[in-house]
Design a protein around this ligand. Sequence first.
Ligand code: SF4
Length: 211
Amino acid sequence: MQMTNDATHDGGMSEERASAWAKLKARVEACERCELAQTRTKVVFGQGTVDTPLVFVGEGPGADEDAEGLAFVGRAGQLLTQILSAGGISREDVFITNVVKCRPPNNRTPSPEEMMQCGDFLEAQLLLLRPKILVCLGNTPMKWILKTTEGITALRGRWFGWRGIEVMPMFHPSYLLRNDSRKKGSPKDLTWQDVQALKERLDRYGKEKKE
Ligand code: SF4
């Protein structure tokens, strides 16, 4: 699997899927469906490799992401890269995006209306990417995907399903930046356990593919 850091690599898709993907990207990048279009700088479609068994979904772009048009490039994104890399997962081998593709002002939580409008795009992305595993980073993507009223603390590290894709909620890296303790049972410690479980499941898929 190969990938550049700033663009979508579509080498693993059939011609038909690659064309649907390019059309979807163009639609998202021109979208003005909801109010967030008024205040955004750049639309953040998401990036990484599309030929991947593993997709991450966060809430929405922050200031750095809005400025660069790329997902998870600020401090939280850098922490995510470090955590994954420590667990043996390269950021270059996954695809990463958000529930809403434009920055909510002052990083507020996107409204249910905004998520409904933009969620269609996420759904279309996931159906084209067809990953084996989807990691929801924090409450917002977890609630959107799993339609649950439970919080991330209760559900993180557990496995669920969505349209044939295995889903694991994990803490959002910005939450980990605010909770720096590494003590046993701290959010960082629990996230480390989650990343190890994730890697184990990923390796299992890798083996199945080779057999
Ligand atoms: S957040 Fe989504 S629905 Fe709203 S304008 Fe941006 S791309 Fe369109």
